[in-house]
Design a protein around this ligand. Structure first.
Ligand code: INI
Length: 156
């Protein structure tokens, strides 16, 4: 049989940083609740969770980098919602945050989970933040613990 490395969802000794955008606050708040529920399901101690609120999704990568550089966190989770409006601003904010978050993860070796909804309209964001398509924040909480588990195997 092949050797398989797979992440577990035991978060009892994990430290998690969360960066959440205040923009589209009702959506972000629901995403954050979903993430905290998932971390609770994974037995992450509340004392080991640090939350930073930033103005918009574009600001998330810098604060993710600052937290990653502290080397205190096993994993970071980025939450927010970028909703397409009438202008091209959406494209810059959505791609800026996605590329920035990916860069922080690859530059620092710390898993940084992308929990930013990018949708065409508000309803699609509602549907994915505790509505009919589930809660992306919850999924990101589970992904975070699995990724910190996998990543920890390469740190020894
Ligand atoms: N920020 C978001 O998090 N979501 C959005 O939908 C959004 N839109 O559409 O403009 C948004 N803009 C603000 C941006 O993130 C920055 O805060 C701003 O550009 C200042 O740097």
């Amino acid at each position: 049989m092949s050797n398989i490395l797979q992440g577990d969802i035991d978060g009892s000794d994990r430290k998690v940083g969360i960066i959440v955008s205040e923009f589209n606050e009702a959506i972000s708040t629901n995403l954050l609740s979903g993430t905290l529920n998932a971390l609770n399901d994974c037995n992450v101690n509340e004392k080991n969770i640090f939350i930073v609120k930033v103005p918009g999704a574009f600001e998330i990568p810098l604060i993710a980098l600052q937290l990653a550089k502290k080397k205190e966190y096993d994993v970071l989770i980025c939450l927010g919602a970028v909703i397409r409006g009438e202008t091209g601003h959406y494209d810059f904010v959505a791609s800026g945050s996605a590329l920035g978050i990916s860069k922080v993860s690859l530059d620092t070796g710390i898993p940084v989970i992308f929990g930013i909804l990018t949708t065409d309209n508000l309803q699609q964001a509602i549907d994915r933040s505790g509505g009919k398509y589930g809660n992306k924040g919850y999924d990101c909480g589970i992904t975070a613990i699995k990724m910190s588990s996998i990543n920890s195997k390469f740190l020894k």
